[in-house]
Write a protein that binds this ligand. Structure first.
Ligand code: BGC
Length: 716
């Protein structure tokens, strides 16, 4: 039942017609000019390329326009977490959202829509008409250094959020990408990484996330990844680009490479429409492939005229469909409102993992609190790489970290100026709050021992270009937490990480909060949750394993090998990622997907399920506690005829007053019940009885029911 992509509305059909007309009037030189983007100056590309006009607001990419035909220049900026400024627009700050994984934890597509709108408006106000957003890779490996930019380990949750973010951006007349297509799930030697996957499992996992997100939001462009998939570079992978994306899904927009990820001019014959970041291709491959070599191939008849026209038309139709040529005014930017969006995303994305009763901290109590570590007196950390945003007021601190490879020079611990310490002091005016830097376990323990409550902030820096070697906290922070917990039983740990971490001290602390990288208002959101001004409602969008031995790949291939070493990672877990893997192997994680506590309690009742074409489940959720709060009821497939498997079928985020209840209805996308039949090129639902369950988390299922679903084949 895959929906017809692209050509659904009159406006999109009109964009197609217009793209065709304008392309026909172009010279070949004009056609070629649209097929490459030049990168702005930054830490890696240190010289301004003279193909970029003086007055162009520069960021990630520039493609000249064709004024005589009314085609505007493409001005591209990163990313999903805000409009970045990689060092060349002095003083140009932008709203800095929490990490993508925090948005994932909100389980709230409406929030994604709001932050997408914010991104679109801020991009447009700076003249950027292509936002390199829509990070939608699945968190397959808890060490992946870019999981913080992405949304979750689940295809449906990822697609629901990515789609709304893209819809928000494009509603402002700015093209959004969805990226990185596909299976760009580890950073280790990413340019030489061959990601192996069973093609059927790929359709049922990472590709399904892209498929649903693209269907729901029609992003103007798809960005490919750096890695190879089953032996072919993503930017030249005709199976993925031609057969799946443009073939089975009928995707009408354009496919751009990642920066420095066009392996040859022949990529154009394999479906790639635009080469991005020419200077990086020179660094990687000593070539500007879609400049000289592609023109030569055309002259020699190796690049057919129809293909050249198709590349150009795809770019133009997306520009016209989204309306970048119709910009009339610059939107008014309300930075106060935009800060609220960042704050609300942090509030809804912070996950209360454990609470033995210490939280919330009573606002009126005259307690003596030790705040320890994590640079909490300065601000909150952000993830590193092309998604890092310069927040209003600038960074509170930039600590150079470094490392090997071309990303090493840009690997910094950047702190946003939202100090959890200051915010706690504001919200707990009667408490005495002291700060200890968490530098030495012994020193931290001394302060913890003389306070009523010890709050330890623990951080871990994730960065594009690097995977985490393991799941531990760096800089000796585990030892600080152990020492503090031994000195004071009222210890609370606040984690600010981009990935799951292991918690050897878990049983010795009273409460644990996962705040991710909480964005420019993160300190405030953390303090509000600790003090109970806000009731936590985040749920884990990724499974927290007890250790790496529980995961499909206890050893990460290639980890620690020098830059340039070829690496092969066999994603042999296939579609059984995260909670699916834990269900299949019957293991108990540290914290399951979907888990998150509240200061109130919720109950589920009256589950009714119908079948036929797909599963529809109706149930009620009630707030059984004594304060208002939001819950995220989740519906899972737990068994299918002759094929036991676990799949998130749907979820909702509901805000309920004490005693209030609400009826929820969830209809499963049939692709989540089906298996992909590679030979038939269709989805196949086996007829029979399907079991579903409603719960608070992937392994905390409260109600179960069965329904019969008829056999059928559908989609492509
Ligand atoms: C990243 C992309 C980003 C591009 C442009 C690459 O390093 O992988 O996500 O959009 O740079 O800055």
């Amino acid at each position: 039942m895959a929906v017809e992509m692209g050509y659904v509305s009159d406006a999109e059909r009109a964009a197609d017609v217009r793209a065709r007309e304008i392309e026909e009037r172009m010279t070949d030189e004009e056609r070629f000019s649209l097929l490459v983007s030049v990168m702005g100056q930054n830490d890696v590309v240190t010289v301004r390329d003279d193909r970029i006009p003086e007055d162009a607001p520069m960021s990630a990419g520039y493609v000249p326009g064709i004024p005589r035909l009314g085609v505007p220049a493409q001005l591209m900026s990163d990313a999903s977490l805000g409009v970045t400024n990689p060092g060349y627009r002095p003083g140009d700050t932008a709203t800095a959202l929490p990490a993508g994984i925090a948005l994932g934890a909100s389980f709230n597509p409406a929030l994604a829509r709001q932050s997408g709108g914010m991104l679109g408006r801020e991009a447009r106000s700076r003249g950027f008409n292509v936002q390199l957003a829509g990070g939608a890779n699945l968190a397959r490996d808890p060490r992946n250094g870019r999981n913080f930019e992405y949304l979750s380990e689940d295809p449906l949750l990822t697609a629901a959020l990515a789609a709304e973010s893209i819809n928000g951006i494009q509603a402002e007349g700015v093209i959004s990408t969805i990226k990185h297509f596909s299976l760009n799930c580890n950073e280790t030697n990413r340019h030489w990484l061959n990601a192996i996957i069973d093609p059927v499992a790929h359709r049922e996992s990472d590709l399904l996330a892209f498929e649903i997100a693209i269907e729901r939001s029609h992003p103007g462009a798809v960005m490919t990844g750096y890695n190879k998939i089953n032996g072919e570079y993503a930017g030249a992978n005709s199976v993925l680009i031609e057969d799946v994306l443009k073939g089975a899904w009928d995707y009408p927009g354009w496919v751009m490479s990642d920066w420095g990820a066009t392996p040859s001019w022949e990529s154009a014959l394999k479906g790639l429409d635009q080469e991005s970041g020419l200077q990086l291709d020179v660094m990687m491959w000593q070539q500007e492939w879609f400049m000289g070599p592609l023109r030569q191939a055309y002259a020699e008849g190796k690049l057919p005229k129809e293909r050249l026209s198709d590349m150009v038309r795809r770019i133009l139709r997306s520009m016209f469909a989204v309306g970048v040529e119709r910009w009339e005014s610059v939107p008014e930017i309300d930075m106060v409102k935009h800060r609220e969006i960042a704050l609300e995303t942090a509030r809804q994305g912070i996950v209360l993992l454990k609470n033995d009763g210490l939280l919330p901290l009573a606002a009126k109590a005259a307690t003596h609190v030790a705040v320890i570590g994590g640079h909490a007196q300065v601000g909150v950390p952000t993830g590193c790489g092309s998604s890092a945003v310069l927040p209003p007021g600038g960074f509170a601190e930039v600590i150079k970290i470094g490392g090997p490879g071309i990303m090493g020079t840009a690997r910094n611990l950047c702190l946003f100026p939202s100090s959890p310490l200051a915010e706690l002091r504001r919200l707990l005016p009667e408490a005495e709050i002291e700060f200890d830097p968490g530098m030495s376990p012994a020193e931290s323990a001394l302060m913890a021992a003389r306070c009523d409550v010890a709050l330890v902030f623990a951080i871990k820096l994730d960065s594009e270009g690097f995977d985490d070697p393991d799941l531990s906290l760096p800089w000796g922070q585990d030892a600080v937490i152990e020492a503090v917990a031994a000195a004071n039983p009222n210890t609370i740990v606040v984690l600010e990480t981009g990935n799951p971490v292991v918690m050897p001290w878990r049983d010795r602390v009273n409460a644990i909060l996962e705040a991710w990288y909480p964005g420019q208002a993160g300190g405030q959101a953390i303090a509000e949750i600790l003090t109970g001004a806000v009731n936590p409602s985040g749920r884990l969008p990724v499974t927290f394993p007890a250790d790496l031995a529980q995961t499909p790949r206890p050893e990460l291939p290639g980890l620690g090998t020098p830059w340039g070493t070829p690496v092969t990672i066999d994603y042999s877990e296939g579609a059984e990622i995260g909670y699916r893997w834990f269900a299949k192997t019957g293991q108990q994680p540290l914290y399951p997907f979907g888990h998150g506590l509240s200061y109130t309690s919720f109950a589920y009742n009256d589950l009714k399920v119908t079948g036929d074409d797909t599963i529809t489940a109706t149930f009620t959720v009630a707030n059984t506690g004594d304060r208002g709060g939001a819950d995220v009821p989740q519906l899972y497939l737990t068994d299918a005829p002759g094929d036991r498997r676990t799949r998130l079928l749907g979820f909702d985020k509901v805000e309920l007053d004490p005693g209030e209840s609400r009826e929820i209805t969830i209809t499963a996308d049939p692709r989540l019940l089906a298996r992909y039949d590679d030979k038939a090129g269709q989805w196949h639902i086996a007829g029979g009885v399907y079991t579903v369950a409603v719960g608070k988390a992937a392994d905390a299922l409260a109600l179960a029911a069965e329904a019969r679903v008829e056999e059928r084949r559908f989609g492509r």
